[in-house]
Design a protein around this ligand. Structure first.
Ligand code: NAP
Length: 497
């Protein structure tokens, strides 16, 4: 990392062509592509002490990706060395660190620098950004690689302030807290909890898992990559590409189930039900774990070891709602009080409010939270009317429930690069999406969402804006369709000045 960052002596004023916020997959991809294109005047700021984004923050036991890494990695930087189909957090984090070295972007990265605000200056046609303790950055172009899953969601629980033991969120795991022999409460049964519950269950004294809604879970079928296959991948990159393609199409096929194909959804439901019946013999526990909404409505989880962990004698699945938290216990709605030493929140993120805590002021003083008062939206999930030269990566309605989001990130970065090329070609300084283009796009997205399982599957999920119930996070289509849509920029969609 740059000397300035290491010594903590950042300059007060910096001017760059492109300011990138966030050092996760999105921000790093943007930085790499700028470097490759010879645009070297860019700065990437990252709030944490290391790059990695979600793969730096989330270090809970068992943390791994639920998409195989041969696909959940950059297409331009395949790795033959993945140890497993679903390697853990550390391996993915190391991969990203290798990318930083290989593409020589470290000197453009400032760590420990939290982004606070950016204000568009119409007269100078630049963004004035504030970050870190006292850093001021003038940037012609602003790229947000903030992503959607980084602001932890803490449920409002009566009496939580009186709890005297350690408590932490899965994305901020406190490894200093000893769990061995303790009474541990885990709230939530989402993608994170189903990964760490099997890891901690054998260690703790008693584990109380508070479930509000059971998830649909399909087999993960993880396996170690044999050495001979790694060698083949090294010697014959084409085989590795073919493997990636195989995983891609296997995942891509699943979108049909989400979009309304009953056959695909029925098959997936059968697979998930079979796994539940095979792994859980106790009819009461089985019934408590059986979802009562359509598969796909919430994120479909993958796990081979979650159900077996719940059959342990020291694990209790609690399905009664939490009525109150006391100094050293939790009381449920049925009046039962359970003694608790440690409380772990596996309660997810505020996915529909990704820009919470930061200020983005566009043309005519328009604040992004005001622009998104009714719903968060962006053209192709990337550009927002009223916010010139601003590009969002993994912005509204570009998350996926079926495939690798890294593919979406790459498509978006390609799109941003073609916007920058268009500006250069036409010798323009400012690019802003036309409001009518954005409106038409967003209306189309929401029309397409209507028939999907996310809207009509009989559940509430983090995909939906809690205020309106609208899905403002997922792309209602295939990755192929999104890549086609963002392949190049259409000048007619933008005001270029
Ligand atoms: P999540 O899927 O949103 O799960 C949150 C859990 O907390 C749900 O079971 C939810 O129940 C429960 N909950 C929330 N508020 C509650 C309350 N007041 N009382 C009781 N329970 C409550 O969160 P997550 O597990 O952290 O995962 C979030 C997303 O991160 C995933 O969907 C995925 O996209 C990503 N992720 C990915 C991976 C990966 O492998 N790639 C791993 C981890 C996370 P309800 O269902 O009833 O709301």
């Amino acid at each position: 990392m740059s000397e300035n960052a290491q010594q903590g002596t950042q300059p007060e004023e910096t001017a760059v062509d492109v300011l990138i916020i966030g050092g996760g997959f999105s921000g790093l991809c943007m930085a790499i592509k700028l470097r490759e294109s010879g645009m070297n005047s860019f700065l990437l700021i990252e709030k944490s002490e290391d790059i990695g984004g979600t793969w730096h923050d989330n270090r809970y036991p068992g943390c791994a990706c639920d998409i195989p890494s041969h696909l959940y990695s950059f297409s331009f930087e395949p790795s033959p060395d993945w140890s497993r189909m679903y390697p853990g957090q550390r391996e993915i984090h190391d991969y990203l660190k290798r990318c930083v070295e290989r593409y020589e972007i470290a000197s453009n990265i400032r760590l420990n620098t939290r982004f606070h605000e950016a204000i568009w200056d119409e007269s100078e046609t630049v963004w004035h950004a504030a970050a870190g303790e006292s850093m001021r950055i003038r940037a012609r172009v602003l790229v947000s690689g903030i992503g959607g899953l980084h602001v932890p969601h803490y449920p409002e629980l009566k009496g939580i302030e009186s709890f005297s033991g350690p408590q932490f969120h899965s994305s901020n795991w406190n490894h200093a807290v000893e769990l061995a022999g303790k009474n541990v409460a885990v709230i939530g049964t989402g993608a994170s909890a189903i990964q760490f519950v099997p890891q901690i269950a054998p260690r703790v004294g008693k584990l109380y898992l508070f479930q509000r809604t059971p998830p649909w879970i399909v087999p993960r079928m993880d396996f170690a990559m044999a050495e001979k296959w790694k060698q083949r991948f090294r010697r014959f990159p084409l085989i590795m590409r073919a493997f990636r393609q195989f995983i891609f199409w296997r995942q891509e096929f699943r979108v049909l189930g989400f979009l309304g194909n009953r056959f695909v959804r029925r098959k997936a439901t059968e697979i998930a039900t079979h796994q539940l019946e095979k792994q859980v013999q106790d009819p009461k526990l089985r019934a408590a774990l059986k979802p009562n909404y359509e598969l796909g409505c919430k994120r479909v989880l993958v796990s081979d070891d979650f159900y077996p962990a719940l059959t342990r004698t020291n694990v209790e699945l609690v399905t009664d709602g939490i009525a109150e938290v006391r100094g050293d216990s939790i009381v449920t709605a049925d009046g039962v009080e359970r003694p608790i030493d440690v409380l772990i929140f596996g309660t997810g993120f505020r996915a529909t409010e990704p820009l919470i805590g930061i200020r983005l002021v566009g043309r005519d003083g328009l604040e992004i939270h005001d622009a998104w008062r009714e719903r968060m939206s962006a053209y192709l999930g990337v550009t927002v009317a009223g916010f010139p030269n601003l590009f969002l990566l993994l912005g509204p309605n570009t998350g996926l429930g079926h495939n690798s989001v890294v593919l979406m990130i790459e498509a978006q970065v390609r799109y941003v690069m073609s916007c920058l090329a268009l500006m250069k070609r036409q010798k323009k300084r400012v690019l802003e999406v036309r409001p009518e283009t954005q409106k038409e796009f967003v209306e189309d997205i929401h029309r397409r969402l209507e028939g999907t399982v996310w809207q009509s599957g009989g559940c509430r999920s983090w995909y939906q804006d809690p205020r309106t119930g609208e899905n403002t996070t997922l792309w209602p289509g295939s990755v192929v369709a999104y890549a086609r849509r963002t392949k190049s920029v259409s000048p007619a969609d933008y005001e270029l000045t």
